[in-house]
Write a protein that binds this ligand. Structure first.
Ligand SMILES: Nc1ncnc2c1ncn2[C@@H]1O[C@H](COP(=O)(O)OP(=O)(O)OP(=O)(O)O)[C@@H](O)[C@H]1O
Length: 259
């Protein structure tokens, strides 16, 4: 399986560096990787750098080759920002078709529509296909954003807090769908999350950022420890097995004021 690798990455806004000499040598295809870290630690900035939307020094490689950017973001990458752009006056189906048309080759209009409808069905939003984007709820809009990213069939899928507006049912469903699609397509999927229990339950690999530095990289159960919770988040936390044997974080208190 190919992998995404980041070498000696530095990202600056003006003269202020916010990602410092970051090395993540193996973000594997076919696995969902969670990008964790406190507010302001650089998660969005790192995704933007990989998406080609923030300039970075260092090397970003996919499958051993530099991620190519000709006049902007690479077509191998689909990126869902944390804040969705203002809704344009398009119907849901049209908006996802536009995203599909940007990348699809060799399919007629009806083939594309069938693909898009099948994806909307899988995300549980087929009933919204003919609604206008600006008439959707926040969570519905977020699900359409996920559809627009997935329909491009990228090699690298970057999602910045894709669950932030979703209820518990949709959170679980979307994470399972991402896992299935990531495995089936052999995609690199990186998801920014704040809920560590979602990362423990639904992801295969975890990267933890603290103040622009990568402080942990590995399988969720090995990375999420009381020591990391204290050091990175300033909380006193336990990692317990729930009745199904699934690891879960319980927060008992703070060990430090928020940074
Ligand atoms: N466009 C920008 N110009 C200048 N500084 C920025 C810009 N965007 C982000 N920053 C700064 O870069 C740092 C990292 O921000 P970033 O948005 O990457 O963090 P984050 O980990 O995604 O945070 P959050 O969890 O709060 O979304 C912060 O200190 C922030 O103030």
């Amino acid at each position: 399986m190919p992998s995404l690798s980041l070498h000696q990455l530095h990202v600056r806004y003006g003269r202020r560096e916010v990602i410092h000499d970051l090395n993540a040598p193996r973000i594997e295809a076919g696995k969902v990787t969670a990008l964790l870290g406190p507010n302001g630690s650089g998660k969005s900035t790192l995704l933007k750098a990989v998406a080609g939307l923030a300039s970075a020094d260092g090397r970003i490689e996919f499958d051993g080759h530099a991620l190519r950017r000709q006049n902007g973001p690479s077509r191998q990458v689909a990126y869902l920002p944390q804040t969705l752009p203002p809704a344009v006056r398009l119907r849901v189906l049209e908006s996802v078709l536009v995203a599909r048309q940007a990348t699809a080759t060799g399919l007629g209009q009806s083939g594309r529509e069938q693909d898009v409808l099948a994806l909307l069905e899988r995300l549980g939003i087929a009933h919204l296909a003919l609604c206008f984007l600006d008439q959707l709820s926040g969570g519905q809009r977020q699900l359409v954003g996920i559809a627009q990213a997935l329909v491009r069939e990228p090699a690298i899928l970057l999602l910045d807090e894709p669950l932030s507006a979703l209820d518990l049912n949709h959170q679980f469903h979307v994470m399972e769908l991402l896992r299935q699609e990531t495995r089936r397509r052999g995609m690199v999927t990186v998801v920014v999350l704040h809920d560590i229990n979602v990362a423990l339950r639904h992801t295969d690999h975890v990267l933890v950022l603290q103040a622009g530095r990568l402080v942990a990289d590995g399988v969720p159960a090995a990375v999420v420890t009381p020591a990391i919770l204290a050091e990175v988040y300033g909380v006193q936390g336990r990692v317990e097995a729930c009745s199904h044997g699934q690891a879960m974080v319980m927060v008992d208190g703070l060990v430090a004021a928020p940074v």
